[in-house]
Design a protein around this ligand. Structure first.
Ligand SMILES: *Cc1c(COP(=O)(O)O)cnc(C)c1O
Ligand SMILES: [Zn+2]
Length: 435
C-alpha cells in the first residue's frame, strides 16, 4: 500500500486493472447490504453471519445503505442491464458476483387482460406473468437469491417444508449451487413438484398432513443434522423475501418508474406481498418513485384457508391457525403464516384489503380468462381474477383504477385443475359441425 502510486491525471488512461489497490478502493460494491434488523423489536444482526429468526421470534429483514446506493446508481442505467432480477444486484444481499446462482429468472412480462377486465368492470387490468420463469413459479426468485446467499455464507445444505413449488425451486437451485437439499411436502401437493424435487436429487419426504405438519418434522431434522442443514422455511431466513421483492422493482421499472393503483396478490406465507411492500419503501428512499405514491395492496386467499382475511376483518395484527385448510389453490394453503403481522401491517399501511374467494369461482374465472384473453393462469393467479371481479361488484374498486394481479405460476403445472370434457370420435365418425 505504501508504494501505491498517487492517483493523478497522468495515470488515468491506464486501465483500472493496472492499479489493483485503486480499483478496490473506488469500485462500487456489488451489494449495498448493511445489516439485518427486526421489524418488531428493532434488534440488529450481522448480515454476514447465518441468521434465522430474531430472538423475539419475528422474521428478520435485510437492510441496505440506501443513501450510498442512491448516490451510486442511475435508474436509467438499469435499463441497459440483462433482463434478470440480478439487474438490481446493489439492492440484493449477494456480495460477490461469483456467488450468484442464476438460470435467467426475472423481468417477467406485464400483460393486459382487456377482455376479462372489461367483463369484470375493471378495464385497466394488468397481469404480471410469473409463469414465465425457471421452474414455472415465482418461487424461483426467492430460491435464486436465497440459495446464492446461503452458499456465499458457507451453508452446505438447505431444508424446508413446502406446498410443492418452493421445494421444486429450492431443490433445483440448490442442485445448481452444489448444495444438499431436504424437502418435505404434503402427500397431495401437485405431482409435478414432487417429480422436480426427485429429479434434482433432493432428499424428498411426503407428509400425510399440511405444510405446517411438514414444518415441525423439518425443524426437528434440521436440529438433528448438527449444522449440516439450514432451515430455509418461509421467512425463517431473511433472503428469500429479497428475491421476491424484485417483483416490486420490476413492476415500477416496467411501468416507467411508477406504481399501479392496486396490486392483488394470492397470499399464502405472504412473502411476495411483504417483499413488494419492502421494495416500494426502498424505492421511496432511493427517490425512484414519485413521493407518496403507494399502491393499495390486496391479499387474496381461498375461503377454505383464509387466516389473513379473518384477522384483517377482525382488525387484528396476528393470525389464528386455520383449521381444516383446503383449496385447489394449493400454493396458498398456509394455515398460519409466520409473517402475519408484516402482511397485515402492509395491507393497513397502504389502505388495501383482504378477500377470500371460493374454489368454484376461481376455477370458473380461470376458464373465463383463458377463453377471453388466451391466458391460462394457475389457480392461485385465478383467485386474483375472482377477487378483482368481486371487489368491483362490492364497490371497493370503482373501475377506473389500474389494477395489477400476480399470476404466480404456470397454469401448465396444474394439469388436473380444469379437466376437459370432449366427445370421443371413432375413426370414420364425422363431426356435426356448426355452419
Ligand atoms: C407459494 C405460492 C403462492 C403464495 O406465495 P407466498 O409468498 O407464500 O404468499 C402463490 N402462488 C403460487 C403458485 C405459489 O407457489
Ligand atoms: Zn425481534
Amino acid at each position: 500500500l505504501k508504494r501505491r502510486p498517487k492517483l493523478s491525471v497522468c495515470c488515468l488512461p491506464r486501465p483500472l486493472s493496472y492499479w489493483p489497490q485503486v480499483a478496490k478502493v473506488i469500485a462500487m460494491p456489488f451489494s449495498y447490504l448493511s445489516h439485518l434488523d427486526c421489524p418488531q423489536c428493532q434488534r440488529r444482526y450481522d448480515a454476514d453471519q447465518v441468521n434465522g429468526l430474531c430472538q423475539c421470534g419475528s422474521p428478520l429483514l435485510a437492510r441496505y445503505d440506501l443513501d450510498a446506493a442512491a448516490a451510486a446508481l442511475d435508474r436509467a442505467e438499469l435499463a441497459r442491464r440483462p433482463p434478470t432480477l440480478w439487474r438490481y444486484h446493489e439492492l440484493l444481499p449477494v456480495r460477490d458476483p461469483g456467488h450468484v446462482v442464476s438460470m435467467g429468472e426475472g423481468m417477467t412480462p406485464l400483460v393486459p387482460l382487456p377482455r376479462f377486465g372489461q367483463a369484470a368492470g375493471v378495464p385497466g387490468l394488468l397481469m404480471k406473468d410469473e409463469g414465465l420463469i425457471p421452474t414455472g413459479t415465482f418461487k424461483a426468485r426467492g430460491a435464486a437469491v436465497g440459495v446464492s446467499r446461503a452458499a456465499e455464507l458457507g451453508v452446505r445444505g438447505v431444508a424446508m417444508p413446502t406446498n410443492g413449488n418452493a421445494g421444486a425451486a429450492w431443490s433445483l437451485y440448490a442442485a445448481r449451487a452444489g448444495l444438499r437439499s431436504l424437502i418435505a411436502m404434503p402427500l397431495d401437493a401437485p405431482l409435478i413438484t414432487r417429480n422436480e424435487c426427485a429429479a434434482a436429487g433432493a432428499e424428498l419426504y411426503l407428509v400425510n398432513g399440511l405444510i405446517s405438519d411438514a414444518g415441525r418434522i423439518v425443524a426437528q431434522a434440521v436440529g438433528d443434522s448438527g449444522g449440516a442443514l439450514m432451515d430455509v422455511s418461509t421467512l425463517k431466513e431473511p433472503y428469500r423475501i429479497e428475491g421476491k421483492k424484485t417483483m416490486g422493482y420490476e413492476i415500477a421499472e416496467q411501468l416507467g418508474w411508477r406504481m399501479p393503483d392496486v396490486i392483488v396478490y394470492p397470499t399464502g406465507g405472504g412473502v411476495g406481498l411483504i417483499g413488494i411492500y419492502k421494495a416500494i419503501q426502498e424505492m421511496h428512499k432511493l427517490t425512484w418513485l414519485p413521493p407518496g405514491q403507494l399502491p393499495k395492496l390486496v391479499a387474496v386467499q381461498a375461503s377454505g384457508c383464509a387466516p389473513v382475511v379473518r384477522a384483517f376483518q377482525a382488525g387484528e395484527r396476528a393470525c389464528q391457525p386455520w383449521a381444516d385448510a383446503r383449496t385447489v389453490a394449493f400454493g396458498i394453503t398456509v394455515p398460519k403464516p409466520l409473517g402475519d403481522t408484516l402482511i397485515l401491517d402492509a395491507l393497513a399501511d397502504t389502505g388495501g384489503t383482504a378477500i377470500a374467494v371460493e374454489d368454484d369461482d376461481l376455477l370458473a374465472d380461470l376458464r373465463e380468462c383463458a377463453r377471453l384473453d388466451g391466458e391460462f393462469l394457475c389457480p392461485e393467479g385465478a383467485a386474483c381474477l375472482t377477487a378483482v371481479r368481486q371487489l368491483r361488484a362490492s364497490g371497493w374498486l370503482d373501475g377506473t383504477e389500474e389494477v395489477l394481479i400476480l399470476n404466480t405460476g404456470l397454469g401448465l403445472k396444474y394439469p388436473g385443475t380444469v379437466p376437459a370434457d370432449a366427445p370421443v370420435l371413432e375413426i370414420g365418425d364425422s363431426i356435426p359441425v356448426r355452419p
